[in-house]
Design a protein around this ligand. Structure first.
Ligand code: OSB
Ligand code: MG
Length: 369
């Protein structure tokens, strides 16, 4: 099959609250949405790169450039019989996993729709709900953090992740642990520390955390293995895992005991599934990370999280945790058992609100075969 056209929508959405991490502050979320059309059907994907090259080197501008100048022309010229074949075509361009992942997601959605299956089924997943938690940004003060976590716990989140950075770590986590003794709690440092900060991690190690996510730099696999060897708490890697090969290297080195899988970070749903399968073989639990997605990217993440080795709650919160108005007809809502319901309709199973898309759009492009 040949794709007939691919459309891009660069959007900007206001977050309900600014999201603060060790690398910076996000007040408005920009993203590039991809629409792939063939034989009367359409598929949608979301590129999760933001405005700044902070979490990764990609931005909405690099995604736009790489998609329009390289990836989309290559895909429009190729015969694609199944989404897995896309990798060969996309690998002609080096790097830029978030650009590739958004385009690939649109093709996965299109193929699942043409097969009459939900994306979850089409990927080989099972079950009608996925366990989720919430990721809480760095707050003004410890009391503000306690209040924010309290509200999320009250609204039904059974697992809470809090962002930390040097100077905003031990005191905050100690206060949280005291206020919520039995809560499934974890921290995410977004690569903000170095091995010289071992004393900080030794203290955090006493708070019964489910994991410490990405404490050190993205390329510091050896230092992560040195750190993990000195902690009881599992280290989880996010930024360090760019594909199944780097996941294998991290596990060989003992750099982590848990892996956070984000399709955008690893270059697509196909590679995300390969990381999942590799971790399953090695008895390493995985969970689905988030990038403040709109309902389009969230729906694909929820489908992915139905694969069996997604054994820990994902950063897949309800639409209203992020946006006053999501881009989809049926926003994701939190169930009372701290899960999201997996859409059952064909493909990603959510319908776009075109009126909201138009209001959020900064620029658009249409490329035809
Ligand atoms: O490190 O997991 C991260 C958001 C943007 C960039 C990086 C991260 C995050 C989050 C939010 O933690 C997860 C979510 O989408 O809820
Ligand atoms: Mg993270």
């Amino acid at each position: 099959m040949r794709l007939e056209s691919i459309e891009l929508h660069h959007i900007r959405m206001s977050l309900r609250e600014p999201f603060v991490t060790s690398f910076g502050i996000t007040r408005e979320r920009e993203a590039v949405l991809v629409r792939a059309c063939a034989r009367g059907a359409e598929g949608w994907g979301e590129c999760v790169a933001g405005q700044q090259p902070d979490f990764s080197y990609e931005t909405t501008s690099t995604v736009w450039h790489v998609l329009t100048d390289f990836l989309i022309p290559a895909v429009l010229a190729a015969e694609v019989e199944e989404p897995q074949q896309l990798r060969r075509v996309l690998d002609g361009t080096r790097g830029h996993p978030m650009a590739k992942a958004g385009l690939e997601a649109a093709v996965w959605d299109l193929f699942a729709k043409q097969a009459g299956q939900s994306l979850a089924q089409y990927l080989g997943g099972k079950g009608d709900r996925v366990a989720v938690g919430v990721s809480v940004g760095i707050q003004e003060s410890t009391s503000a953090l306690l209040q924010a976590v309290e509200e999320y716990v009250r609204s039904g989140y059974a697992r809470v992740k809090v962002k930390i950075k040097p100077g905003r770590d031990v005191e905050a986590v100690r206060a949280l642990r005291k206020a919520f003794p039995g809560l499934a709690l974890q921290v995410d440092a977004n690569a903000g520390y170095s091995l010289a900060d071992l004393p900080v991690f030794k203290v955090l190690d006493e708070f019964d955390l489910a994991m410490i996510e990405q404490p050190l730099g993205a390329t510091e696999l050896t230092d992560h293995s040195r750190l993990q060897a000195q902690l009881r708490t599992p280290v989880c890697l996010d930024e360090s895992i760019g594909d199944a090969a780097s996941a294998g290297a991290a596990l060989d080195l003992g750099a982590c005991r848990i892996i956070n899988i984000k399709p955008g970070r690893v270059g697509g749903l196909g590679e995300a599934r390969r990381v999942h399968d590799l971790c399953a073989q090695r008895s390493i639990p995985v969970w689905c990370g988030g990038m403040l997605e709109t309902g389009i990217g969230r729906a694909a993440n929820v489908a992915l999280a139905t694969l069996p080795n997604f054994r820990l709650p994902g950063d897949l919160s309800a639409s209203d945790r992020y946006y006053a108005e999501d881009l989809i007809e049926q926003p994701f809502v939190l169930n009372s058992d701290s899960t999201l319901t997996v859409p059952t309709g064909p493909g990603i199973g959510v319908d776009l609100r075109w009126d909201r898309l138009h209001r959020s759009t900064l620029r658009r492009a249409l490329l035809k075969a």
